[in-house]
Every structure is written in structure tokens, then in C-alpha cells.
Design a protein around this ligand. Structure first.
Ligand code: URA
Length: 229
């Protein structure tokens, strides 16, 4: 028994030595551990973003809004940038538009904890002005790394800005929404921003149509009596 064990240990040592010689210095365990790895990588990224000083928004922010939810989520929502409420709370979509987004998520049979919610910009533009090109460029890499870590099956872009920045187009959201695009092999659905729905309730029906397509893609049950209105 002792000999068998030491034989096994020697084999493992040899395997590790071979890997080290090949330049492999990290092992990823699968399933439960792949989730743990996502949690760890996302926390490392959060630490980096919290210290970010790449653009002038870092001087006026109260809090960085990194994003929140399940690091292993199938569905990632991407908004524009934190507003006043989000800047104060350090959390995405917690104001009026956020409450409507939560309602939409719940109507899909999900919770905020089961999806991931992020923004293109992690800091609030003062007085909610439109993001500047250099701010988008400074922040873009963080969202890309969030996407790479979370590996969502579907990304839902909320509003003109998120959809146009990620798809690199200037087509209006009214023409972009309602169909899936390919985003680095991930299904990408643009839809109206919840803040737009607060001012234009006729947008709720098309948004619900878009959410039903996402639910279908994710194999979620569609109870047709639900809606986000
Ligand atoms: N609007 C956004 O685009 N993002 C938020 O986090 C809040 C409002």
C-alpha cells in the first residue's frame, strides 16, 4: 500500500515536472472549481477596477460601479454608465431605471443574483452627460474581461449606447433591437434602455418580445401571462 502510494506520488511529480518544462504553471479544475475560478478572477479584476485612474471620471466619482451578480451567469445585461444613485451606492441599476430592470429580470423567471449586470463605463459621467470617446476607450477592456471571465450565453445590451459601442455601429436602437447578433461567439440582443421605457411605455411590449427571445435561447420557461409592464 505504502509502495503503491509512493509510486503514484512519483508519477504525479513527473507529470507536474513535465508541465513545468512545457511552461504550464497553473492548473484549472473543472465544474465546481471552474465557478470558483471565475469568482476569484472577477474579484481580482474588481480590485484592479476599484483602483483605476485611467480617465478623469475617477476624480469626480464617489464609487466605482464594477457590476454585480452571478460570476457564472448565462445572461449578462450591459447598460451605459452609473447614474447618481449608482455612483452613491457603488452598485449598477439601483435607481428608477434599475427597479424596472429588476422587474424585467423577475418577469423572465430570474433574479438579479442569477444574472450579471454591468455597464460600459464603471464611473459616473458628471451630471449624467454622454460618455466621451476617451472614457469609453479607457473602460472598454474591463467589460471585455468581465465577458471573458463570465462566459455568458447571451448578452443583452440596454439602450443605444451599449448596443452601438459593442457592435461598433451607429444604427439607431429601434433598428438594432429584436434580433440576435454575434458578439465573439456570444448571442447578443440589443433592446431599449429601461430609462427610455420610463418615458415611453409603448417600448415595453417590444422589450418583452426581446426578453422572450432571450428566454427561449436560454431554455427558460415562458409563462405568457408575465410581462415587464
Ligand atoms: N443606467 C445605466 O445605463 N446604468 C446604470 O447602472 C444605471 C442607469
Amino acid at each position: 500500500m505504502r509502495e503503491e502510494l509512493s509510486g503514484t506520488i512519483n508519477k504525479i511529480k513527473l507529470l507536474i515536472e513535465t508541465d513545468v518544462n512545457l511552461g504550464i504553471d497553473e492548473y484549472y479544475l473543472m465544474d465546481n472549481d471552474s465557478r470558483a475560478l471565475k469568482v476569484r478572477r472577477l474579484e481580482e479584476l474588481r480590485g484592479e477596477v476599484l483602483k483605476c485612474r485611467k480617465c478623469a471620471l475617477s476624480k469626480t466619482r464617489n464609487n466605482v460601479v464594477f457590476g454585480e451578480g452571478d460570476p457564472d451567469a448565462d445572461l449578462l445585461f450591459v447598460g451605459e454608465a452609473p447614474g447618481r444613485d449608482e455612483d452613491l451606492a457603488g452598485r449598477p441599476f439601483v435607481g428608477r431605471a434599475g427597479k424596472l430592470l429588476t422587474k424585467i429580470i423577475n418577469a423572465m423567471g430570474l433574479t438579479r443574483e442569477k444574472v450579471f449586470i454591468a455597464n460600459i463605463l464603471k464611473d459616473r459621467p458628471p451630471a449624467n452627460r454622454n460618455p466621451k470617446e476617451e472614457e469609453i476607450d479607457a473602460c472598454r477592456g474591463y467589460l471585455l474581461r468581465q465577458i471573458e471571465i463570465i462566459e455568458p450565453k447571451v448578452i443583452c445590451a440596454l439602450g443605444t449606447f451599449a448596443a452601438q459601442v459593442l457592435l461598433k455601429v451607429d444604427t439607431p436602437i429601434s433598428r438594432l433591437r429584436g434580433k440576435f447578433y454575434d458578439y465573439h461567439n456570444i448571442k447578443f440582443m440589443p433592446t431599449y434602455h429601461p430609462a427610455y421605457l420610463l418615458r415611453n411605455s409603448e417600448g415595453k411590449k417590444p422589450v418583452w418580445e426581446d426578453m422572450k427571445k432571450i428566454m427561449n435561447e436560454l431554455g427558460l420557461k415562458n409563462n405568457d401571462s408575465s410581462s415587464c409592464s
